[in-house]
Design a protein around this ligand. Structure first.
Ligand SMILES: [Zn+2]
Length: 167
């Protein structure tokens, strides 16, 4: 059995036979953001599912991506379900559309990753700073020798498209 990783009072366990997430987190620990690339159709996907969601093919390779993208949507968590997150509230959860596959294969389905929006020192970004359209880059929150969480932080690049935030 793999050693559980303690994170904010929770025990995180990725079983040894869960190669999809085990390898994803190991790449993250080496500070590489990877997604799966379908061998036949070439589209990138996240989460790292077994079959391609667009062409159903089973062949794939890991593909490193830049980790740069735009906030596609977000929410502000005011009431944390997990007690370990209570002291962080209110904090942002962002859905980031990565640059590698923006608007592909359709404007409604592209390469998007969900994570927390943090400052470079890994503390939560202020909710007033979060907006749809703002630019972000990946940062890595190391949890153990074999696991890190990809998170995102704001960059000073100009926003992409319409900027919108919760009123
Ligand atoms: Zn495919």
């Amino acid at each position: 059995m793999p050693q559980p990783v303690q994170y904010r009072g929770m025990s995180l366990i990725v079983p040894d036979n869960d190669t999809e997430w085990k390898e994803f987190y190991a790449h993250a620990r080496a500070h590489r953001l990877v997604v799966r690339k379908c061998a036949p159709c070439g589209l990138l996907r996240y989460p790292p599912t077994h079959a391609c969601p667009w062409c159903m093919a089973l062949g794939w390779n890991w593909q490193e991506v830049s980790g740069r993208g735009t906030i596609y949507s977000y929410e502000i968590v005011h009431h944390a379900i997990q007690p370990g997150f209570r002291e962080l509230t209110p904090y942002a959860v962002v859905l980031v559309e990565l640059d590698e596959q923006r608007g592909q294969p359709t404007p409604d389905e592209s390469l998007r990753i969900i994570a927390n929006l943090l400052r470079p020192d890994l503390t939560p970004e202020g909710p007033a700073e979060v907006a749809i359209g703002k630019r972000v880059r990946v940062i890595f929150q190391d949890l153990a020798d074999h696991m890190a969480l990809p998170q995102f932080t704001l960059t000073d690049e100009p926003p992409q498209g319409r900027v919108w935030r919760l009123p």
